[in-house]
Design a protein around this ligand. Structure first.
Ligand code: ATP
Length: 308
């Protein structure tokens, strides 16, 4: 393991004709961590990752992967990284096990192919030509191909897209194991739960730039606060409730009898609300505190839904 970051992107700019896909993007990924890159469609995620993989050259800025230039030093870098490709570029007649054995043979210390196939539920389709695999099986094979060489750093493009729940779990377990083995993982995803489950760090990209980054906990803590919801009889006097609450708290009746408070929701606020309810003869049917999720953060920052 070298010193410095496993992946370092500084001021990356990438244009397609007149279209600026990546617009001064900075990114630093520490060794042995899982980083999830989130962003709406067209944000520049794939372009960034493909530049890190050496498939595209930057128009401006620098990219270093394991300390190497992914284009100029591709021959040295390729054996040390794993790349999960989407179906394009695969010879459709190749059989799943052949492809994995071939990829394994290119690396000095590969994983055992049979075990890996079983892990990812591919044990029964080793002799199946690629074109006859289901979409989910192709996806699992792409994941297996990315990791079979026991890379130091692996790029995973939407690793669980299109997988059934069981295969999704298997893919997540594999990512956790890679991390436990000290592998650096950079994944793109549209699934907030995947990022929340797997990532040490989340990077949100929009308009070709990083608009937020940090651990899921940090991102969910910052910015707007949590909310408290309760249900009671319709038409409660919210102005009187607000008088009892700290400045900066907002209250709304979202639906008849459905109330939401936003602000610094802490135990004291909860106690004040229940005490106000007692004084006003209100027995809430339900009361809950909701924490901000990554999806909330994403919506606030980008104004767009997380899912494609
Ligand atoms: P998605 O979530 O949809 O995969 P993304 O964040 O990966 O999106 P990119 O694929 O990097 O986004 O695309 C960024 C922008 O660059 C988009 O506006 C896209 O239309 C454009 N773009 C991407 N590839 C090309 C290309 N080969 N030629 C021209 N424009 C492109």
């Amino acid at each position: 393991m070298g010193s410095g970051a496993a992946l370092e992107v500084a001021g990356l700019v990438k244009r397609y004709g007149g279209k600026t896909a990546v617009d001064g993007l900075d990114l630093s990924v520490a060794h042995g961590t899982v980083t999830a890159v989130l962003g709406p469609n067209g944000a520049g995620k794939t372009t960034t990752v493909e530049t890190c993989e050496g498939y595209r050259s930057p128009d401006r800025g620098t990219v270093r992967v394991l300390g190497l230039d992914p284009v100029a030093q591709a021959a040295r870098l390729r054996p040390r990284i794993g790349v999960m490709l989407q179906s394009g570029g695969v010879y459709s007649g190749a059989r799943a096990a052949e492809m994995l054995h071939h990829m394994a043979a290119l690396h000095a210390h590969p994983l055992e192919v049979g075990t890996l196939m079983d892990r990812l539920g591919l044990g029964g389709c080793g002799r199946t030509p690629y074109r006859r695999l289901s979409g989910g099986q192709q996806q699992r094979l792409a994941l297996a191909l990315a990791v079979v060489g026991r890379p130091e750093l692996v790029f995973l493009d939407e690793p669980s897209a299109g997988l059934d729940p069981q295969a999704r779990r298997a893919a997540w377990d594999l990512v956790r194991e890679l991390r436990a083995d000290g592998v650096t993982v950079v994944l793109t995803t549209h699934h907030m739960d995947e990022a929340q489950e797997l990532a040490d760090d989340v990077v949100i990209v929009d308009g070709g730039r990083v608009v937020a980054e940090g651990s899921p906990e940090k991102l969910c803590r910052g910015g707007a606060e949590n909310s408290l919801r309760f249900t009671g009889r319709p038409g409660l006097d919210l102005a009187s409730l607000l008088k009892a609450l700290p400045d900066g708290t907002a209250a709304a009746e979202l639906a008849p009898g459905g109330y939401r408070l936003t602000g610094a929701v802490d135990p004291q606020l909860l106690a004040t609300v229940t005490s106000w309810c007692a004084q006003n003869g209100v027995l809430p049917d339900g009361i809950s505190v909701e924490r901000r999720t990554l999806e909330d953060v994403f919506l606030e920052l980008t104004g767009k839904e997380l899912r494609s």
